[in-house]
Design a protein around this ligand. Structure first.
Ligand SMILES: Nc1ncnc2c1ncn2[C@@H]1O[C@H](COP(=O)(O)OP(=O)(O)OP(=O)(O)O)[C@@H](O)[C@H]1O
Ligand SMILES: [Mg+2]
Length: 408
């Protein structure tokens, strides 16, 4: 999984704004940063690849830089998948263990999962993750590990994440075209959660929102398991577009203005402050009130969290957020966004940067890299789980097996 040699793991995160390649080294004390490369993304729109050649060129560029920095050759990688065509559904399945109660075996667990996953998935979709939520032995639920328990019936609740086949295939193909074999895929929000969420948040109930450039991926944990996943069709680029149209300035200038002076809450911008706005074409720059910029950004921020709210309601998890919401991704850096999120979702919110890895450069300890760094942790955990001796590793290996993604 994302290996180059026996102790390196590589992640490729093809975002709408940037393509990031990060190498980690599996060392004695855990996972270490080994190198990275980034490139401006090309050929992506709304979180999905629309031009393979351009996307592959960006991957190639980022891979070359990462190879230069790390001194390693990148042959394999784990790639991230996001965008509005990713879906999450819950499913239950199980089996009768016989006419009299008996002990639950590994085979029973496998069969229960097999039945729960056999829900109809359209031919144009691929399974990204199978995430067990709880096992139920006879009437008793909330079981994390049913092995060795006694009962007459075993059931499992699973959360299944799927993506459109063409979409997950394109990230794999973009990597392949750049000379890297993509041997695993991970849903962006699941990856970002690995780098940002605390165990107590996952227990109490939390929603992580990875606000990217083209879309925002979300994942909800409750009682330690994944309860819901979703994607909403708004990211940082939508804010930039609004600024370009509203202030009549080129997109590149709108992006700078948004980052330097943007705020999502109008009343928090002092009246009377002015900003310089370059004109389109030959038109001269103008001075405009900074509040006007916030007046453009605030409705978009509200719309983003209204989408999130609808998505949580459709997943039936709106009341499961005891630990509130966590924002990450480049788009989360807009000042005032937390206030809008808290007001619309009625729960406390915090901003999260990825937990730093040993030797990680400070420039990567930023919300934009939560997904790529989380994917590295994800691949590392799966690798470690595979190495644990047979006896006590069943759960870990089962999890690895279930979280595995086969798009190849
Ligand atoms: N200081 C800031 N204020 C507001 N927005 C910001 C700031 N810094 C970055 N952004 C926005 O964050 C977005 C990029 O975030 P990120 O790198 O996480 O996206 P991505 O991973 O490339 O895209 P996606 O995940 O949607 O495919 C851009 O839209 C950018 O304008
Ligand atoms: Mg992203």
């Amino acid at each position: 999984m994302g290996t180059n040699g026996h102790n390196l793991i590589t992640v490729i995160d093809i975002g709408s704004a940037k393509t990031a390649v990060i190498l980690g080294e599996v060392a004695e004390g855990g996972l270490k940063y080994r190198g990275h490369g980034t490139a401006e993304s090309r050929g992506t729109r709304k979180g999905a690849i629309v031009d393979l050649e351009k996307a592959a060129a960006a991957v190639h560029h980022a891979v070359e830089r990462a190879e230069l920095v790390s001194g390693a050759t990148i042959a394999n990688a784990i790639v991230t998948v996001g965008g509005t065509l990713v879906r999450g559904v819950n499913s239950r399945g199980g089996l009768t263990l016989g006419s009299r109660p008996r002990d639950v075996t590994r085979d029973d667990v496998r069969q229960a999962i097999e039945r729960a996953r056999s829900v109809a998935i359209p031919a144009d979709r691929e399974m990204l993750h199978l995430l067990p939520q709880e096992y139920i032995v006879d009437q008793q639920g909330a079981i994390r590990d049913p092995l060795g328990m006694t009962g007459a019936k075993l059931e499992v609740n699973l959360h299944i994440v799927t993506a459109s086949s063409s979409q997950s295939q394109s990230v794999v193909t973009a990597a392949n075209k750049a000379g890297v074999s993509a041997d695993d895929t991970v849903f962006e929000a699941l990856a970002a959660a690995e780098a940002t969420l605390r165990p107590d948040e996952r227990e109490l109930g939390v929603c992580l929102i990875d606000i990217g450039a083209g879309s925002s991926e979300l994942i909800v944990y409750f009682e330690g398991s994944v309860a819901h996943t979703g994607v909403v069709p708004i990211g940082g680029d939508h804010f930039t577009n609004d600024v370009a149209v509203g202030l009549r300035t080129p997109l590149s200038e709108a992006e700078k203005i948004k980052k330097n002076f943007g705020h999502a809450v109008v009343t928090q911008v002092p009246e009377g402050r002015e900003i310089e706005v370059p004109g389109v074409g030959d038109r001269a720059s103008r001075l405009m009130p900074q509040r006007l910029l916030a007046e453009i950004l605030e409705p978009r921020a509200s719309e983003l969290f209204e989408y999130v709210s609808d998505n949580l309601r459709s997943g039936g998890v709106q009341d499961a957020l005891g630990a509130g919401i966590v924002l990450t991704g480049g788009g989360s850096r807009l000042p005032g966004l937390l206030t809008v999120a808290e007001a619309l979702l009625n729960v406390p919110a915090r901003l999260a940067s990825p937990t730093p890895l040993s030797k990680l450069p400070a420039s990567l300890a930023e919300p934009e890299y939560a997904t790529a760094l989380g994917a590295l942790h994800y691949a590392y955990r799966a690798r470690v789980a595979r190495r644990v001796p047979e006896e006590n590793s069943f759960r870990a290996r089962m999890r690895t097996l279930l979280e595995r993604v086969s798009v190849l």
